[in-house]
Write a protein that binds this ligand. Structure first.
Ligand SMILES: C[S@@+](CC[C@H](N)C(=O)[O-])C[C@H]1O[C@@H](n2cnc3c(N)ncnc32)[C@H](O)[C@@H]1O
Length: 353
């Protein structure tokens, strides 16, 4: 708590996104700097942690994209926010079956947390993998960007419309308690919101300024070097009009104002807004589809059938349970969605056509 108090020593209050940035990524006490949050012993489990088959399917998708790009001799695959490195390890394992792609690929890991970078370096030992701190350093293409649960982990801004006037959510510290309040806001930010026309029918507006900032270079590289970007995350397609911030600790929801720095805080991804953003940057975007549809089109059930022939009953049911978790509509299947943005020259589609 002392460290969090320091946050407010120079300022009485700060906009929500600045607060989130500090409590999640501050070098001394940020959540992602001090914890390995993944897995049963952590706070949450992501798709690559659930089953190696998730990584296998992403590799199949990647190999198909490489073919569509006319089998380039060199390709950069950039994983945004690789977490504990599970997905990268799955991809490296699966690529052994595709030696030509294995030869041509460079895997670049883009990770903000030093703690997670250390964990990744320890687990991933391969001459195919390098770490980058800035996307500007990518000079060769084609480029394929990928992020699982990357966008939801980026700080957002929140606005509220009262009698047609916009107020921005701020955070203050009062007697060791975190309070939220809304402050009248008239500045350039509002212009950005109007550009996206998201204020029209909304009362609560969530604006992913940090997400757009990260994607700025992603889009630039795709336009310069050819390729595309695939993001998978939990989120929604229709206008939402509610506050989607959520906090999780030890696999349970937590009051956002409690366990600051020890709990993860994320928001649901507004896929329509990201689609508009990519379009505005002159990329083309396929129809956003569910994780369930995506993984099934890539053949996850067929792969399960092949693998299950080699497994005993207990192992079969374990694997089936994991796949169900990934694709069942009431589990991750529908809540998680997939967005694919690409260079306009590129005719590869999200479902491999
Ligand atoms: C919710 S985790 C997802 C991890 C992994 N992709 C998975 O599915 O298991 C979010 C990841 O994004 C990283 N991250 C967040 N903001 C980042 C940024 N601006 N640049 C690079 N990595 C970032 C976090 O440190 C973490 O590794």
């Amino acid at each position: 708590m002392k460290k969090i108090n320091k946050l407010f020593s120079k300022t009485k209050s700060m906009p929500l996104d600045i607060f989130l940035d500090k409590v999640l990524y501050n070098r001394d006490f940020g959540y992602y700097q001090k914890k390995n949050p993944f897995g049963e012993k952590g706070d949450f489990i992501t798709a690559p942690n659930i089953s190696n088959l998730f990584g296998e399917m992403i590799t199949i998708w990647l190999v198909s994209f490489w073919k569509k790009l006319k089998k380039p001799k060199k390709i950069n695959f950039i994983e945004m926010g690789p977490g504990n490195g599970d997905l990268c390890l799955s991809i490296l394992r699966t690529l052994r079956n595709f030696p030509k792609v294995h030869n041509s690929i460079n895997i670049l890991l883009y990770e903000r947390s030093e703690t997670l970078r250390k964990i990744q370096r320890k687990r991933i030992v391969s001459e195919k993998v390098a770490w980058i701190k800035n996307l500007k350093t990518i000079k060769d293409g084609p480029v394929i960007f990928f992020g699982n649960e990357f966008l939801d982990a980026l700080p957002i801004k929140q606005f509220k419309k009262i009698n047609g006037i916009l107020f921005e959510k701020y955070v203050e510290m009062n007697k060791n308690n975190i309070n939220f309040f809304f402050k009248k806001k008239i500045n350039k930010k509002i212009k950005k919101l109007t550009n996206f026309k998201i204020i029209k029918n909304n009362i609560i507006i969530e604006y992913p300024e940090h997400g757009f900032r990260e994607l700025e270079l992603v889009c630039k590289k795709i336009k310069q070097l050819n390729g595309g970007a695939l993001f998978i995350d939990y989120g929604y397609l229709k206008e939402n009009n509610f506050d989607t911030l959520q906090s999780v600790i030890n696999h349970k929801f937590n009051d956002i104002r409690k366990n600051i720095g020890d709990a993860d805080i994320t928001s649901l991804v507004n896929f329509n807004l990201y689609k508009k953003y990519f379009n505005m940057k002159n990329l083309s975007v396929d129809k956003v589809i569910s994780q369930s549809e995506f993984l099934q089109k890539l053949g996850i059930m067929e792969r399960y059938k092949i693998l299950s022939n080699r497994l005993d009953k207990k192992e079969q049911s374990n694997l089936y349970g994991r796949i169900k978790r990934l694709i069942h509509p009431k589990m991750m299947g529908e809540n998680f969605k997939v967005i694919f943005a690409k260079n306009k020259k590129c005719n590869f589609t999200i479902d491999l056509n």
